[in-house]
Write a protein that binds this ligand. Structure first.
Ligand code: SF4
Ligand code: SF4
Length: 161
């Protein structure tokens, strides 16, 4: 079991920038906080996060798709492995499930002192450790089939498929 200091733990991306505050206490990675009777706080949470979910994807905002042409284009995009699309209160996004090359197997960020600004701004106050990001999605298309189904429902004269 590896032990990380807070300065080596790697919280990162998503959307709302909030300051991250980390203690200098050593934290046990992959530990079971509840069985250990430890209260999870923003200060120690990353030390208990086993999959560093926030470092395993990127998102890109896209224009709101409106026309059949727009959705045809989106169908092509989500046909690719690990490419998904969603809509939430901030708009439409592509979601690429791809692990950051700087993320070490034990959850450390290999470039922590030089990590991108989006990683610095990301807060773990309420993150994927607390609930799946999908819980906040209004629409979620994990693949071609799910988006095609939506297209057929949205466009009465959708001719394909
Ligand atoms: S998902 Fe949350 S708890 Fe896990 S590493 Fe990222 S910010 Fe920390
Ligand atoms: S640069 Fe570091 S903090 Fe940012 S996503 Fe990669 S591993 Fe996570």
């Amino acid at each position: 079991m590896s032990v990380l200091t807070s300065s080596e733990i790697c919280p990162s991306p998503p959307n709302e920038p909030r300051p991250i505050t980390m203690t200098e206490q050593p934290l046990t990675f992959h530990a079971d906080a509840s069985s250990a009777g430890i209260e999870i706080t923003p200060e120690n949470k990353c030390g208990f996060c086993t999959n560093s979910k926030c470092c395993t994807y990127v998102t890109q905002e896209i224009d709101k798709p409106k026309s059949k042409y727009d959705f045809e284009h989106l169908l092509w995009q989500v046909s690719h492995e690990n490419v998904k699309a969603y809509k939430d209160e901030d708009g439409w996004f592509l979601l690429f499930e791809t692990r950051c090359t700087h993320l070490h197997p034990d959850g450390r960020c290999g470039i922590y002192d030089k990590r991108p600004e989006v990683c610095r701004e990301y807060s773990n106050d309420y993150c994927e450790f607390d609930a799946p990001a999908e819980d906040g999605f209004e629409l979620y298309f994990e693949d071609y089939a799910s988006l095609l189904k939506y297209c057929k429902k949205r466009f009465k004269k959708w001719k394909r498929g």
